[in-house]
Write a protein that binds this ligand. Structure first.
Ligand code: ADP
Ligand code: MG
Length: 649
C-alpha cells in the first residue's frame, strides 16, 4: 500500500516555485511588481546572460525593516493582505507572499533593504532555500535583490532554459509590460552591462509607448476613452493603416496590471472588423479600470489571466468605446496617404514597377521553359474561346498617375527571346462606349486598370482569357477551367524561386545603409538567436541596441520589399510554433511569402503574353489545387456538367 506523507516545506516551496517562476523573466516580473508596490519612483534592473546568471533589481521604495527581512522570504508572508476578504479588494500587484520565497528556494538569493527611518540597512542571503543570518549593512533607502544561478538546485529546470538571447527577449517583455503600466516611474534595464532602456518618468503614456515601440507606432495612435460609470476604458489604438500579423502588440492593463484576455482581444478584433485585412491584428495599448471587487485576480499563478464578474459588460464597453471612436474618426485619410501606408498591406509595399518587372520575368521564364513564343500565338483567334477579341487594347486608366511608368513589355524584352508584340488594329472590336485609342508603339502597354472595368473587352489568347481582371478561363480534356490568376502566379514564382535556392543561386544584396528595424523585445531575441538561419536565407542582421536590429543584407529578389516588413514576417514565422522551425520550413515559408507578395494581384489586368505565360504553367496546379491560404485556386466545370446545364444530354 502506498503511504501518504506530508511533503517537507522545501519540496512544497519548490513545487510552488515551479508555478510562479518559470524562467528569469518571471523573476524580473515579480521583483518589479514588488518594487512598484513599495512605491518606488526609480527601479534599475540589470541582468546577465538573459538572467540565467544574474537578475538584479534595485528600487528606492519604502524598504523592509531588518526584523521583517526574514518574513519577506518566507512563503505566504505578505504585507499586502490580511485576510481572505482582502483577496477581493487587492490594490497592490502582489498579495500571495510567495514570490520571494519561491525565488529564494531555487537560486542564490540576496536581499538588502533599508527603510527611510533606519540609519543602516540589513541583508540576508538564501542559498537554494537555506537561509543565512541577517546582517547589518550599508545600503541606500530601498531594496536591492540579487538572484544568481536560477534553478541551480533543480537541474532539469535549468536545462530547459533557452539561450541567453531568448531568455533576454522574455525578460525585456516582462520589463516592457511593467514599465508601460507605470509611466511615472523611472525604469532602467541593462544586459551584460549594456544599457537597453532608460525610461525617465513621463506624464504622457504615448511618450512611454513611443520609447518602446518607436515613433511610427506612436504617431499612429488614436486616443480612446470611455466610461459607463463602472468600467473605464482609456488608452490608445493604432490607426488601421498600421497593423501586425499577430496580436503581440496588444497590451491590456487591468487596474494597472498587465493581463491577457481572449474576450478583450476579441472585442478589439471586432472593433476593427472590416478595417483590417484578414490575418492582420490591431495594435492597442488599453487600460481598463474596474472596481477591485468585481474581478478575481487570483485564478492564475502569475496573475496573467483574471476572471471578471461581469465579463460581458467589459466586452461591450470596450467594443462600444472603440466603435464610437472609429465612427468619429476619419481613418481613410491616413490609409491613402500617410507614410504608414506601407504597413497596411504587405503586398502594397511592392512597387508597381517592380510588379511589372516580375511579370516580364514570368513571360521570359515561361518562354525559356517551353521554347514557345507567346506573342505570335496570340495573333491568331483563339480556338473555341470566343472570337477575335483584341489582344492589345486596354483602356488607359486616367485615374492612374503611374501608368506611364508601367512595363514596356516589348521594348525591354531581350530581342532573342521573342519578337516584339505587334498590335492588330484590324482585329479590334471597339467598345462603342469608350473607343480605345489605337496603339502606335510596337508593343501593348498593359495598364493597371481598376478591377471592374465593364467597357473594356477581355483579352483573349489561344490559351485562354482573363475575366474581371482576376480569373483566367481555359479548357482541358476534362472541361472548362477557371483559375485564380494570383494563385497561379504565386505558384509559378514559388517553383522558380525554389529552383534558384536549390541550385544555390540565391543572390543576396548588401544594403548601402543598413536598415534599423525596431522589434518587440521577444522578437529581437528570437531574431538574433536565429541569425545563422536567416543568414542562410541571405538576410544578415546585427544587434543595434535596445530592441533594434540592423539589416545589412538580404536576398536580391526581395530588393523591392520593405526589409522591416520581411524581417517581421519571418520572425513571426520563427516564433509561431513555439520552437525554432527547421531551416527547410523557414525557407519554404520565405518562398511562399515572397511569391505571394511578388505575384500579380486580383485586379491586375494582364496582356496576352502574360495570360499565355501563366496558362502555360497551369500544370503546376496539378500537385496543389489550393493556395497556401486554403482557398481553391482553380475550378473545373466538366463537359458533362456543362452539357447537363445546357440540357444537351
Ligand atoms: P507579495 O508581493 O505577494 O506580498 P512577495 O514574496 O513578493 O509577496 O514579497 C513578500 C513581502 O516582502 C511583500 O509583501 C513586501 O512586504 C515585502 N517586499 C518584497 N519586495 C519588496 C520591495 N522591493 N520593497 C519593499 N518591500 C518588499
Ligand atoms: Mg510580490
Amino acid at each position: 500500500m502506498p503511504e501518504i506523507r506530508q511533503l517537507p516545506p522545501s519540496v512544497v516551496n519548490k513545487i510552488a516555485a515551479g508555478e510562479v517562476i518559470e524562467r528569469p523573466a518571471s523573476v524580473v516580473k515579480e521583483l518589479l511588481e514588488n518594487a512598484v508596490d513599495a512605491g518606488a519612483t526609480r527601479v534599475d534592473v540589470s541582468v546577465e546572460k538573459g538572467g540565467t546568471e544574474l537578475v538584479r533589481v534595485a528600487d528606492n521604495g519604502c524598504g523592509i525593516e531588518s526584523e521583517q527581512l526574514e518574513l519577506a522570504v518566507i512563503s505566504h508572508a505578505t504585507s499586502k493582505i490580511r485576510n481572505a476578504d482582502d483577496l477581493f479588494g487587492v490594490s497592490s500587484l502582489g498579495f500571495r507572499g510567495e514570490a520571494l520565497a519561491s525565488i529564494a528556494e531555487v537560486s542564490q538569493f540576496l536581499i538588502r533593504s533599508r527603510t527611510g527611518a533606519d540609519q543602516a540597512g540589513a541583508e540576508l542571503e538564501v542559498n537554494g532555500g537555506q537561509r543565512g543570518q541577517i546582517a547589518p549593512c550599508g545600503t541606500p533607502v530601498g531594496t536591492i535583490i540579487e538572484v544568481r544561478q536560477l534553478f541551480c538546485n533543480t537541474p532539469v529546470r535549468r536545462k530547459f532554459l533557452r539561450t541567453p538571447q531568448t531568455e533576454m527577449g522574455h525578460v525585456t517583455e516582462a520589463f516592457t509590460r511593467i514599465a508601460l503600466a507605470f509611466p511615472s516611474v523611472h525604469f532602467t534595464l541593462q544586459h551584460n552591462d549594456r544599457p537597453i532602456h532608460d525610461l525617465p518618468p513621463v506624464l504622457s503614456w504615448r511618450e512611454r509607448i513611443s520609447k518602446f515601440f518607436g515613433l511610427e507606432i506612436a504617431d499612429a495612435l488614436i486616443p480612446v476613452e470611455g466610461n459607463d460609470g463602472v468600467v473605464t476604458v482609456s488608452g490608445f489604438v493604432a490607426n488601421p493603416s498600421l497593423s501586425r500579423a499577430n496580436n503581440r502588440l496588444q497590451y491590456f492593463f487591468l487596474n494597472g496590471r498587465h493581463i491577457r484576455d481572449r474576450a478583450l482581444q476579441h472585442a478589439l478584433g471586432e472593433a476593427y472588423r472590416g478595417l483590417l485585412l484578414t490575418g492582420r491584428f490591431p495594435i492597442a495599448f488599453l487600460r481598463l479600470e474596474i472596481p477591485a471587487d468585481s474581478v478575481d485576480v487570483n485564478v492564475h499563478p502569475t496573475k496573467l489571466e483574471v476572471r471578471f464578474q461581469d465579463g460581458g459588460r467589459i466586452y461591450s464597453q470596450l467594443l462600444g468605446t472603440l466603435r464610437q471612436k472609429f465612427l468619429s474618426t476619419d481613418l481613410t485619410a491616413r490609409v491613402q496617404s500617410g507614410p504608414l501606408a506601407v504597413d497596411q498591406d504587405p503586398a502594397a509595399a511592392l512597387d508597381t514597377d517592380q510588379a511589372a518587372q516580375r511579370r516580364q520575368e514570368l513571360v521570359q521564364w515561361a518562354q525559356g521553359q517551353t521554347g514557345t513564343h507567346p506573342g505570335p500565338a496570340a495573333d491568331s483567334p483563339p480556338d473555341g474561346l470566343g472570337s477575335a477579341a483584341p489582344t492589345n487594347e486596354q483602356a488607359p486608366d486616367p485615374s492612374s498617375p503611374r501608368r506611364q511608368s508601367h512595363l514596356e513589355f516589348g521594348d525591354t524584352r531581350p530581342p532573342t527571346t521573342a519578337p516584339p508584340f505587334r498590335p492588330f488594329p484590324d482585329q479590334r472590336i471597339d467598345s462603342p462606349a469608350a473607343p480605345a485609342p489605337p496603339q502606335t508603339v510596337g508593343s501593348p502597354a498593359p495598364q493597371r486598370v481598376t478591377p471592374e472595368t465593364p467597357d473594356v473587352p477581355p483579352v483573349v489568347t489561344r490559351a485562354g482569357m482573363q475575366v474581371h481582371n482576376r480569373y483566367l478561363i481555359t479548357e482541358n480534356e476534362e472541361g472548362m477551367v477557371i483559375i485564380d490568376q494570383h494563385a497561379l502566379h504565386e505558384r509559378i514564382l514559388y517553383e522558380q524561386l525554389r529552383e534558384k535556392v536549390l541550385a544555390g543561386s540565391l543572390e543576396k544584396q548588401r544594403l548601402l545603409v543598413p536598415e534599423p528595424v525596431t522589434l518587440t523585445p521577444a522578437e529581437a531575441g528570437v531574431a538574433l538567436e536565429s541569425r545563422e538561419v536567416l543568414k542562410e536565407l541571405g538576410i544578415e542582421i546585427e544587434p543595434f541596441g535596445g530592441d533594434t536590429v540592423l539589416v545589412s543584407s538580404y536576398p536580391a529578389m526581395l530588393a523591392n520589399f520593405n526589409p522591416a516588413e520581411v524581417l517581421r514576417q519571418l520572425i513571426e514565422q520563427l516564433m509561431g510554433g513555439g520552437k525554432v522551425p527547421e531551416r527547410r520550413d523557414l525557407l519554404d515559408e520565405m518562398l511562399h511569402m515572397i511569391s505571394c507578395k511578388a505575384a500579380i494581384k486580383a485586379g491586375d489586368r494582364l496582356n496576352a503574353d502574360e495570360i499565355t505565360a501563366l496558362l502555360e504553367q497551369r500544370h503546376l496546379f496539378q500537385d496543389s489545387h489550393h493556395c497556401p491560404h486554403g482557398r481553391p485556386t482553380a475550378l473545373v466545370f466538366s463537359r458533362e456538367e456543362l452539357d447537363k446545364r445546357f440540357k444537351r444530354t
